[in-house]
Write a protein that binds this ligand. Structure first.
Ligand SMILES: [Zn+2]
Length: 373
């Protein structure tokens, strides 16, 4: 068996290294400089060092000197010594040791659970944070989006805009229903899609309007975007992206959070979650029911879109919102079809009032206006 060594301090003018033999009769110190036997009767042992992994032995036999042993096997060897006072001291040391490791373990558990807890709480905290964020933040983002509107990328002809507003303004929440001021801009893109910025800014593509067979299709799409804005979905998605960036920066100390923050104005690249899309579809259903807009239009729109898209295609749908591929078309269609049959059943719903503009707005006229500009 490997020998156990200790250092004897205060015995001589210098520290003495010595072998320590644990025998049934007592401790034997064996070194070139000294050979001594220490009885167990008056021996005291205490744990020392930062981790309590050094054992300090003292006894009147050594006077003021103390023997320090940094070897765990010393304790194991002592465990075989029958002396009661030694056994009692060993129990105290072991208890102290186990308390130390229990504390370390508890601290580790705490650190890990705080980390896991933060991850679990993140969505909740972000949701709370957005709830307390004043609507003026959304409005600032809408303002920023509006600043980008120009004649080369958007339809700005006043007569065209007025004609379109005549159709859509009645479905916007009023100032006593919403903190947001709605504005819809038609981009000159040939894609068929729509997108909601926070704060009431909605963008719809010329391509979508030209593709529409009825004003109900356009109104259904806008109702979906209005629901996104009212529920502040883009704000949540934005905060979520920033939150992920920030927490990963905190954990890994990287700088990607700054890059994400720097890109925060690229809201169009933010994806709403599946739940947000469902919520927006449900919001659209409610808004359409309120204004007696038939879901037939939006159903038709989905049918056309799914016919034209190659299976599993996400082409052109990645950035803009309305035709995002989640939830699936069949699931979305099901919701709108159910709403349609409900609307058919309750034709004379007292709460709903038909949209006056739907009678005077002529889609073909409007399409011609768009194509002229
Ligand atoms: Zn959406």
């Amino acid at each position: 068996m490997k020998k156990i060594y200790g250092q004897l301090y205060g015995y001589s003018t210098h520290k003495i290294s010595t072998e320590v033999q644990v025998t049934p009769a007592g401790l034997q110190l064996v070194s070139p400089e000294l050979s001594r036997s220490l009885s167990y009767a008056e021996l005291t042992i205490r744990a020392a060092g930062t981790n309590d992994d050094a054992y300090v032995v003292s006894t009147p036999e050594l006077g003021n000197a103390s023997l320090v042993i940094e070897d765990e096997r010393f304790l194991r060897a002592l465990a075989r010594v029958p002396t009661a006072s030694i056994q009692a001291q060993l129990r105290t040391i072991k208890k102290k040791n186990s308390t130390f490791y229990q504390l370390i373990a508890a601290a580790l558990v705490l650190i890990v659970s705080i980390g896991v807890g933060l991850l679990l709480m993140r969505d909740y905290l972000l949701k709370r944070a957005i709830t307390h964020l004043p609507p003026s933040v959304d409005q600032m983002l809408a303002k920023a989006a509006e600043m980008r509107v120009n004649a080369s990328t958007h339809h700005t002809d006043p007569a065209t805009i007025r004609y379109f507003e005549h159709l859509i303004t009645p479905i916007f929440p009023t100032s006593d229903q919403s903190p947001f001021k709605y504005q819809v801009h038609i981009s000159k893109s040939k894609d068929k899609n729509a997108f909601a910025y926070p704060g009431g800014y909605i963008e719809i593509t010329e391509g979508l309007i030209l593709e529409a067979d009825s004003s109900e299709e356009i109104l259904g799409v806008l109702a979906h975007e209005i629901a996104h804005i009212e529920k502040r979905h883009s704000m949540h998605a934005l905060a979520y992206q920033m939150g992920i960036g920030l927490s990963s920066a905190l954990i890994f100390g990287d700088t990607s959070a700054y890059q994400i923050l720097a890109q925060a104005d690229r809201i169009t690249s933010i994806h709403n979650t599946k739940d947000m899309e469902r919520e927006a579809d449900q919001g659209a259903v409610d808004l359409m029911a309120k204004h007696q807009i038939s879901p037939a239009g939006i159903i038709r729109f989905f049918e056309k879109a799914s016919e034209k898209l190659p299976k599993g295609s996400t082409q052109a749908m990645v950035i803009l919102d309305f035709l995002s591929t989640h939830p699936s078309y069949p699931e979305r269609l099901e919701l709108f079809r159910a709403a349609q049959s409900k609307q058919n059943e309750a034709q004379s719903n007292e709460l709903s009032k038909p949209l006056p503009s739907s009678k005077t707005f002529d889609l073909l006229t409007f399409k011609e206006m768009l194509q002229k500009n």
